[in-house]
Design a protein around this ligand. Structure first.
Ligand SMILES: Cc1cc2nc3c(=O)[nH]c(=O)nc-3n(C[C@H](O)[C@H](O)[C@H](O)COP(=O)(O)OP(=O)(O)OC[C@H]3O[C@@H](n4cnc5c(N)ncnc54)[C@H](O)[C@@H]3O)c2cc1C
Length: 481
């Protein structure tokens, strides 16, 4: 992006900031007081007054949405939005930051896999949004709906409008449950479960726990999806649970994947095929779930053969774990910020919008061709923060994101294969001397204790954690079988 364009945007927005500064200041201090009131209210909430407190949170937070201008506006308060807001706050104490997020709960989604596997609780994976944001960050509890990037403004569902100097877009992705006919009616019952929603994730464990024999199907839709390894991670946890109970041989476990292979990075795909063989799992590639009849316990797949010919295959099941099709949120797809695929159109390495210089994006909603993971967000946050601060100081943006993503593949209830990779399928581990394809107990401890700790107490609060991940660490393992 040309520096002159950036400067022009900066000049225009600086003038606007000056004129609205006094107004914003008054409203911001009121909002700060409101934010701490919200926090205090939440902390002292008892069951009997919960409804009243909820109403109070709602009204105090919503009144903040009437503020019309913020120097930095963030859309989405998930892994990316909270981390960006708190990191920016640490780097620049005076910068006013507002964040639009409709939900009061924040979930540690990487924990969903082990909740479904019976090794973690939803309670541990859930916190209140208000407790995660620095009190000086203004939380606008609303949905962003329409973008007017030429006017530097965003329209909200409530009808309010917020203008900004710099915008960060990170509303995650959309789960398209309705693309599978019959799924919504039966999800959460009839042995139909999914780790992809906090509403149903505990039902996955109920299904696994309750089965003594039968056919279990695990589905994977076409890419991209968040955490591409998650559809098979839960399958290994289920298989290991059956093995530990001594009943694995009573199961027909099938992986039904719309894609052509086990994993996008061949180095790890090869290692995973050994895990599949060890559990005696059948793989069906080119097999896309299109319909479920929960009561009859039948799942229909559109199967594409080697010549591209399509046919329908219906399978019986006792349990089916469904990974829903996923896409960019509709309000992004229909906006001027979207690329042809509907994702926020970003430069792969600077994370600046390809058309609008004062807009950045990251996380699952972004167009960058990395694995959509919280691990990717960890590496993207410092790049976005640095580049916003550089623009504020009239400096050009810099490249910094190399496409890192990571997927801790839970290969059993006490081992993990820690897949770390970057753009172009390069294997880029964070730890030297350890073969990344090994199924290790230490990474299981990481998955259950270390990574959640890092997420809640390091990444979200805005501490920059720069653990270098290097291609050179993997070199000695690349040629080994
Ligand atoms: C089952 C499962 C397993 C996973 N396993 C792992 C793993 O092992 N390792 C890993 O690194 N990652 C894993 N992930 C992926 C990881 O959770 C996501 O990649 C990460 O949360 C992306 O962060 P994000 O901020 O882009 O999106 P999210 O964290 O999903 O947050 C998006 C936020 O935007 C808000 N929002 C939506 N629409 C609007 C709107 N219109 N206006 C304002 N706000 C809006 C949402 O309410 C939400 O809070 C897993 C995910 C799942 C579901």
């Amino acid at each position: 992006m040309a520096t002159s364009k950036v400067k022009e945007t900066k000049a225009k927005t600086a003038a606007k900031t000056k004129t609205s500064a006094a107004k914003t200041k008054v409203k911001a201090s009121a909002s700060k007081a409101k934010a701490s009131a919200v926090k205090a209210a939440t902390a002292t909430a008892t069951k009997s007054t919960a409804a009243k407190v909820k109403a109070k949170v709602q009204s105090t937070v919503q009144s903040a949405a009437k503020v019309s201008h913020y120097p930095v506006l963030i859309i989405g308060g998930g892994a990316a939005g909270v981390s960006i807001a708190n990191t920016l706050r640490r780097k620049s104490r005076l910068l006013e930051i507002a964040l639009i997020e409709p939900s009061e709960q924040h979930y540690y989604q990487p924990g969903f896999t082990i909740i479904g596997g019976g090794a973690y609780s939803l309670k541990k994976a859930t916190k209140q949004e208000v407790d995660l944001l620095h009190p000086s960050i203004i939380w606008v509890k609303d949905f962003a709906e329409t973008f007017e990037p030429k006017k530097n403004s965003v329209l909200l569902k409530s009808g309010d409008k917020i203008t900004y100097d710099y915008l960060v877009v990170c509303p995650g992705l959309q789960l398209d449950w309705d693309k599978i006919s019959g799924l919504e009616e039966t999800l959460g019952k009839n042995g139909v479960c999914s780790n992809y929603s906090p509403k149903y994730v505990e039902y996955t464990w109920e299904c696994i726990k309750g089965l003594e024999s039968g056919t279990t199907l695990f589905t994977q839709p076409p890419m991209p999806i968040k955490c591409a390894g998650a559809p098979q991670k839960i399958m290994y946890l289920a298989a290991d649970r059956f093995r530990k109970k001594g009943i694995l041989d009573k199961f027909d476990i099938q992986f039904c994947n719309a894609g052509p292979g086990l994993f996008g990075v061949p180095f790890f795909a090869k290692a995973l095929s050994k895990v599949i063989a060890d559990y005696g799992i059948t793989t069906n590639f080119g097999s896309n779930l299109v319909e479920i009849d929960g009561k009859a316990k039948k799942a229909t797949f559109e199967v594409t053969d080697g010549d591209g010919k399509k046919s329908k295959v219906t399978k019986d099941f006792d349990m089916i774990h469904v990974t829903p099709p996923q896409s960019a949120p509709d309000f992004i797809k229909s906006s001027p910020l979207a690329n042809a695929g509907g994702w926020v159109d970003l430069n792969d390495r600077t994370l600046q919008h390809n058309k609008f210089a004062n807009i950045f994006g990251l996380g699952d909603a972004g167009s960058t061709p990395n694995a959509k993971t919280a691990a990717a967000v960890r590496k993207q946050v410092p790049v976005v923060v640095k580049n916003i601060l550089r623009l504020i100081n009239n400096e050009a943006v810099q490249e910094g994101y190399e496409g890192y993503g990571s997927c801790p593949l839970t290969t059993s209830l006490n081992t993990v294969m820690l897949a770390e990779f970057s753009y172009g399928g390069k294997v880029t581990p964070s730890f030297p001397k350890l073969d990344p394809r090994e199924n290790r107990f230490i990474w299981w401890i990481g998955k259950k204790i270390g990574f959640p700790w890092m997420y809640w107490y390091w990444m979200l609060p805005g501490y920059t954690l720069d653990i270098p991940s290097k291609e050179s660490y993997a070199e000695e393992f690349l040629d080994k079988d």
